[in-house]
Design a protein around this ligand. Structure first.
Ligand code: AMP
Length: 369
């Protein structure tokens, strides 16, 4: 994900796909023009990268020139096309191919046809790398089309948002949902995730979802889900993935419009981590960081036995169940450190000390994200 001025954009079309599309257009056009020496006319500014790659790939002699038109203001394509640089050479009798980076409303194309009205060229053809059929309002024929895209604002590979983004080698699409900060709070049982999540949600205005709390709520209310989860929880085992993933999805859906989430106790397996990535993706978002509270096992056992005196939690009352929960963590959950570390999203934080000190350590990590 990238930010240009005030807006966020997500990856849309890769560099490789753009390159293959340019090559296909080159092949089609070279095949049609055979031994004619064409004049390729790029429409500045957006087409500079396309034209450059196109003529480098073009297998036969050709000429290149540019005209400069301006139509976009911010995100809007305006009717009002300014001709900043017109044609600077005589093209009568020549085969001309216009190279456009993108055709949406067709307003620029109308101006191009006006420019060529009295030029007496032998042939005028239009090639465009990207085409938005839903936005196109004109009848001019498009002879060569690279990739049809939905009517969404894109940047990269020559295309800009208020001047930024032209230098990106791939194409990015405007994110229409608001930017969220999503944190996974990680660590073994008793590490202090719940306590810290309560501070973080206030400070960063995030929604805190603890799968353990949701299961306990269901158990208290004697729902079918609660009864199912109880059989696993009482032994300190993990509830099956699909049950937990469905529950997590439902909790996220209840909070559309959230500023972001703190996931506490989820994900606990690889399958859950992948499901979470998919869910975030469907929301045009992502996990920004996994922050792990690191605490020694013996400190954890001591903390949980202490909590068990008042929490009323069956799984906090018995040392062997506590140890089983810690074992489950190392067997099934600790591997997720690698999952997030591979994406440069893992941040370990010392979870021993006063609650305020640990909160301070967490704030430092989050403020740097
Ligand atoms: P916690 O409150 O996070 O310590 O979770 C208490 C218990 O709820 C765990 O020992 C599991 O039995 C169950 N549980 C909570 N979150 C998950 C999860 N993500 N996957 C599987 N089981 C979970």
């Amino acid at each position: 994900m990238i930010k240009l001025h005030d807006l966020y954009f997500k990856p849309f079309i890769s560099e490789e796909e753009v390159d293959a599309t340019v090559q296909r257009l080159v092949d089609e056009i070279a095949n049609d023009l055979q031994d004619e020496i064409p004049v390729f006319v790029g429409i500045l500014n957006g087409s500079f990268m396309f034209v450059s790659d196109f003529v480098k790939k073009y297998p036969k002699p050709c000429e290149v020139t540019f005209i400069k038109l301006a139509s976009y203001e911010g995100l809007k394509s305006t009717e009002d096309i300014h001709r900043l640089i017109g044609l600077t050479q005589d093209l009568s009798g020549r085969k001309v191919v216009i190279l456009e980076d993108i055709i949406d409303s067709g307003n620029t194309l109308k101006e191009v046809h006006r420019i060529f009205e009295n030029e007496n060229v032998d042939e005028l053809k239009i090639a465009t790398l990207f085409y938005k059929p839903e936005a196109y309002k004109k009848d001019f024929k498009l002879h060569y089309v690279g990739i049809e895209i939905p009517n969404k604002f894109i940047v990269g590979y020559g295309l800009d948002y208020n001047g930024l983004g032209r230098d990106l080698p791939a194409i990015y699409q405007l994110k229409t949902t608001q930017h969220m900060t999503n944190l996974v709070l990680f660590g073994p049982p008793g590490a202090g995730k719940g306590t810290q999540a309560n501070f973080l949600k206030e400070k960063y205005n995030l929604v805190h979802i603890s799968t353990g709390d949701v299961f306990r709520f269901n158990i208290k209310n004697k729902t079918a889900l609660g009864m199912l989860a109880k059989s696993f929880m009482d032994k300190g085992e993990l509830v099956p993935d699909q049950v937990t993933i469905d529950l997590l999805n439902a909790e996220v859906e209840k909070n559309t419009g959230a500023n972001g989430f703190i996931f506490d106790g989820f994900p606990r397996t690889n399958a859950q981590a992948e499901a979470l990535d998919h869910l975030m993706d469907s929301k045009d978002s992502q996990i920004n960081a996994m922050i792990a509270l690191e605490v020694d096992d013996e400190v954890l056992v001591g903390r949980l036995l202490e909590r068990g005196k008042t929490s009323g939690r069956k799984d906090d009352a018995d040392e062997s169940i506590i140890r089983n929960r810690i074992t489950e963590y190392y067997k099934k959950t600790a591997i997720l450190k690698d999952y997030y570390a591979a994406q440069d999203k893992y941040f370990g934080v010392d979870g021993v000390g006063s609650i305020e000190d640990i909160t301070e350590r967490l704030n430092k990590v989050i403020d740097k994200l």
